[in-house]
Ligand binder design. Structure first.
Ligand code: NAP
Length: 265
């Protein structure tokens, strides 16, 4: 049966792959991002390949009014999403005091407030029909002790993890599957968007997954009703280490490893 999935941040990377993977399964899509031209190009490609219905909506999720107007547009157009993929996100690679307070609050709007508002705005219809799918894109850093640079990123991703688990506890028995997706390094435009491209080029080889591997694992986990998926064996071992090893051992190790992974002031 064909369903409708709303995907935020579908203009590149993991979000664009969610669009490809759900369209390939014959589902209709609502694609959201700021770069409407990119969404329209992807939609044209996927309509031609899979014959699915796709609506593209531009919204800056850093602007609370635009998130509310996005929900209003979805209602007016009677699009009724069966699934929500809260994927849009980025990181601020500098340290806390070398960014402005507005930059940090905008980050919270995109990575914390918008996913919360979208889930709140769409869940009642999902509950009414006794079917719903929510994937909140977190990260393996949700399990990390935090390091210098990207200051709020682990906090925001831990929020997505805990939010997903509480929501799953509330609605999981009512036909709604809620999953926190926790990838590690994934091929996308993330490192370009946060300005870390050049820094990472000087790094030794890292374990990087394709967006397709990450998304296919996420969809399988969500369909199976799993609350949390850490993708890739390397990342699963790293998360096990972060959760099982004593804090006194893992915290200095993570902070040493993350030293280069920030932009100098
Ligand atoms: N790549 C990784 O290594 C990795 C690892 C773990 C978790 N993640 C998470 O995966 C998710 C997707 O990131 P990605 O790796 O696919 O990065 P990406 O290629 O840079 O994609 C980010 C997406 O978010 C959208 N976005 C950013 N700011 C937005 C805003 N203000 N309003 C609306 N949309 C906005 C962008 O669209 P527009 O610019 O067109 O608006 C873009 O489509 C993020 O939540 C990220 O934290 C990534």
């Amino acid at each position: 049966m064909s369903r409708t999935y709303l995907i935020t941040g579908a203009s590149s990377g993991i979000g664009a792959q969610f669009a490809r993977s759900y369209a390939r399964r014959g589902n209709n899509l609502i694609l959201v991002a700021r770069r409407l031209d990119r969404l329209e190009a992807l939609a044209a490609e996927l309509r031609a390949a899979h014959g699915v219905e796709i609506t593209c909506l531009d919204a800056d999720l850093g602007d609370r009014a635009q998130v509310n107007s996005l929900l209003a547009r979805i209602k007016e157009m009677n699009l009724r999403p069966d699934g929500l993929i809260n994927n849009a996100g980025y990181s601020l690679a500098h340290t806390f005091t070398t960014t402005t307070a507005k930059q940090q609050l905008d980050f919270i709007e995109v990575c914390v407030a918008a996913p919360t508002l979208l889930a709140h705005g769409l869940l009642n219809d999902m509950l009414g029909q006794g079917f719903g799918r929510i994937i909140n894109v977190s990260s393996m850093v949700a399990f990390s002790p935090g390091a210098s640079g990207h200051t709020l990123y682990p906090a925001a991703k831990a929020y997505m993890l805990k939010f997903s688990r509480s929501l799953a506890a509330e609605v999981g028995a009512k036909g709604i599957h809620v999953t926190a997706l926790c990838p590690g390094s994934t091929e996308s435009e993330f490192q370009h968007a946060n300005g870390m491209d050049a820094v990472l080029k000087t790094h030794p080889a890292r374990f990087v997954q394709t967006a397709e591997a990450v998304v296919e694992a996420a969809i399988r986990a969500n369909e199976a009703g799993r609350e949390v998926i850490v993708t890739g064996l390397f990342n699963q071992i790293a998360v096990a280490a972060m959760t099982l090893l004593p804090d006194g051992l893992i915290t200095p190790l993570i902070r040493w490893g993350a030293k280069k992974y920030q932009l100098k002031e």
